[in-house]
Write a protein that binds this ligand. Sequence first.
Ligand code: PLP
Length: 397
Amino acid sequence: MNFKQSWQLDPNLVFLNHGCFGAVPRVVSETRRQLEMALESDPIEFLAPERNLEPKLDKVRGQIAELASTSQENLVFVRNATEGVNAVLRSMRWRPGDEIVITNHGYNACNNVARYVADRSDAVVRVAEVPFPIGSPQQVIDAIESVIGDRTRLILVDHVTSPTGLVFPVKEIIELSHDRGARIMIDGAHAAGMLPLEIEKLGPDYYTANHHKWLCAPKVSGFLYVDPKYHTEVQPSAISHPYNTQRPSRSTFTASFDWVGTYDPTPLLALPSALEFLDSLYPGGFDEHLKRNAERLLGVRDMVCDAMGIDVPAPECMLGSMLTLPISGVEPSRAEWLGQRLREDFGIEIPVYAGLRDSRGELLGTTLMRISFQAYNEISDIHKLVAAMERLDVMEH
Ligand SMILES: Cc1ncc(COP(=O)(O)O)c(C=O)c1O
């Protein structure tokens, strides 16, 4: 099946970078446009909280609760995962000497939130150094365990890592964190729409995700799950009216995130259209879409590793819809050059990074290239990538 036509991507572009900002199907953009028209035809009515906006938000909340297997009361909306991480970390009261554990595979913006709150309160950030390439999920658990101390109050870890596209063993990491008396926040920016999600079973204290990446919703929207123990503590990054307005029919937690000052709720309200679209791709619906994407990625892995002479960088259980390849034939200082050549000379959009850094910020070595493989991608996209790498003479053999 060829789904390219259902998206709006430039047909001349080989787009292997869905992970960065997602890409919105035509039908979803159309829904969003209609919502915008409805908003602008009567802004007061559309945004009237109790009469109109909140019931609409609750409908979307119900769908996310079902998708993520949790209850609506624990879910609020954020503009993006960065905002979700900010809300949680900046709502906690940090004391000098408290420790926050992050990993070297974490998304820099979110790791920076940990650095910011630590800098302001003389807390300490510990970086778990997870190897890449990687042989087993246990190596992630061991790396995190080695930096947990008596003062660790929070562990912040990606469900699907940004630079390396790895599915981390979050269930085990959550258990480890709770065994050691620390709270845990999972950054699932990529996970929603890539993996089956069962938040209640996983049991994190906090979980945030984007709708605009693998759920294909318009930019920008996402959700934040908070364990009921912390509903009264977590505040949105913009405090607004609900802070001092109690309502018997709505929790302050929900209300506070529902209104963060004037904003455009249409990307969020278009999410049901994106879910309906993803559900329509295969006869088995959304679940089959997730399964097929995962299977197709394994095919990509085998093909590309073989063609480029690269050892498989991670076990199957750590892959979702992204595959990061170490490109040892290109010095990290030339990573940007490679990304630019692929884009400008071959029309291939794919992120190429200088590599992971250790806790002192030193580059760990190998140039990394991350392939995202969404339903619209075809194996011919990978053939074009391999051919371009050959032409640029940057392959292993
Ligand atoms: C793991 C992870 N967390 C957070 C983000 C940030 O997403 P946003 O900019 O939408 O907040 C990204 C973006 O790629 C990511 O990969």
